[in-house]
Ligand binder design. Structure first.
Ligand SMILES: Cc1ncc(COP(=O)(O)O)c(C=O)c1O
Length: 395
């Protein structure tokens, strides 16, 4: 009898590169090695006290049972208010649902809109999970090459040409972008929305970093622009801004029919997002702690400025100023060429020889680049720069 094996689709799904590097760095640390880990996309700040306390209260009050599949009604209403107050987006509670992390929301959205085999455009550099999420929804991920020379923001004409050629049915957008930190302006987002309207594409807009902005950048959701709302599924939440990383909650918002479809799917595969975490998210909506957020942004911005200044002094490395999120996407193409190695090898050598964990750009479809997360304390970043320089200057 032939041994049973997992199916072909699961074989096409690779382990998340960022999680793999973080796990390797954690193992080395546990073995006593002095590793500086800039791999993970997780803030070094704890979940704010009032939000954590709401979770504890939920347990104490016995709010530990199933909820409606699309979330606690009160939280869906609070989510609609938050989308309006924070981003000027108008949704009813029925057009907002609660998912298990942005990842869970993206999974529901893609499952609800992708037709089998249909093309979904993904703009490189992209967050590592997008191709796998499209594949799991039975779609075909089509990756548009990165445009670092254009500030990492694709021209709408390029998107239009790809949409036409591939007969695409949808596009995944992520601004502020992980890993590049790119934030398009209103006109650039509108140009993309116009193409999506002309080609009748769905937009899945991953806006999980939308409150983490620098240098006066503003976040523009495609759903807020003419022609955008009826074709956009917005994914957002407090994961990155308020360190709700482990709580696994998020909001998905969009046209009612899609949100209902996502609700039906979620009811079958997940049930509901963790009840305790929904209560914590309700507290975050009631008071998004603007002072705490401002304090975090000040720290992130200091780190960002430090990296921009210091990395650009290292021979063979360049860093364009990220305008959002908390990643520095370092251009190491010159160094790669000089050494005759690629970005994967660079990251291997950085970790093995200099005990610095970073993620190779190849994981985000931008080979020759290396991603450093600055969701890490300043002393770690200082040490990281020392190690990067030592690596770049080593013969
Ligand atoms: C662009 C982007 N989307 C989604 C996620 C996943 O977020 P969550 O932890 O809410 O599932 C991440 C996490 O790194 C991310 O960078």
């Amino acid at each position: 009898m032939t041994p049973l094996v997992p199916n072909a689709r699961s074989a096409r799904i690779e382990e998340s590169a960022t999680l793999a590097i973080t796990a390797k760095a954690a193992k080395m640390k546990a073995e006593g090695q002095d590793v500086v880990s800039l791999g993970a996309g997780e803030p070094d700040f704890p979940t704010p006290g009032p939000i954590a306390a709401a979770g504890i209260r939920a347990i104490e009050q016995g709010k530990t049972r199933y909820t409606a599949a699309s979330g606690i009604p009160e939280l869906r209403r609070a989510g609609a208010k938050w989308f309006h107050d924070a981003f000027g987006l108008s949704y009813t509670a029925a057009e907002v649902m609660v998912c298990s992390g942005a990842k869970g929301a993206l999974h529901m959205a893609l499952d609800a809109i992708v037709e089998p085999g249909s093309a979904v455009l993904i703009l490189a550099p992209y967050w590592v999970s997008y191709p796998a999420l499209v594949t799991m929804a039975d779609g075909t991920p089509i990756v548009l090459p990165p445009v670092p020379e254009n500030g990492f923001i694709h021209d709408a004409r390029t998107i239009d040409a790809a949409a036409q050629q591939q007969r695409a049915k949808g596009i995944l957008l992520n601004f502020p972008n992980n890993p590049s930190g790119a934030v398009p302006d209103r006109a650039q987002v509108q140009a993309i929305v116009d193409v999506c309207k002309a080609r009748n594409l769905w937009i899945v807009s991953d806006e999980i970093y939308s409150t983490l902005l620098y240098d006066g950048a503003t976040h523009v959701s495609p759903a807020s622009l003419p022609g955008g709302r009826e074709r956009t599924v917005v994914v957002n939440g407090f994961t990155k801004s308020h360190t709700l990383t482990g709580w696994r909650t998020s909001f998905l918002a969009g046209p009612r029919a899609v949100v209902e479809a996502c609700g039906r799917i979620q009811s079958q595969v997940l049930g509901n997002a963790c009840t305790i975490s929904q209560e914590a998210m309700l507290a975050a909506c009631a008071d998004p702690l603007p002072d705490e957020l401002a304090r975090r942004m000040k720290a992130f911005d200091e780190r960002r400025r430090f990296l921009i200044a210091e990395v650009n002094k290292i021979p063979g490395l360049k860093l364009q100023a990220p305008r959002g999120a908390f990643y520095a996407l370092v251009d190491a193409r010159e160094l790669c060429a000089a050494r005759g190695i690629d970005d994967v090898k660079i990251c291997e050598q950085l970790l093995d020889r200099h005990l610095l964990a970073a993620v190779p750009g190849s994981a985000f479809a931008i080979p020759g680049f290396v991603r450093l997360s600055y969701a890490a304390a300043m002393d770690q970043l200082r040490e990281a720069v020392v190690r990067l320089r030592a690596f770049a200057e080593a013969r």
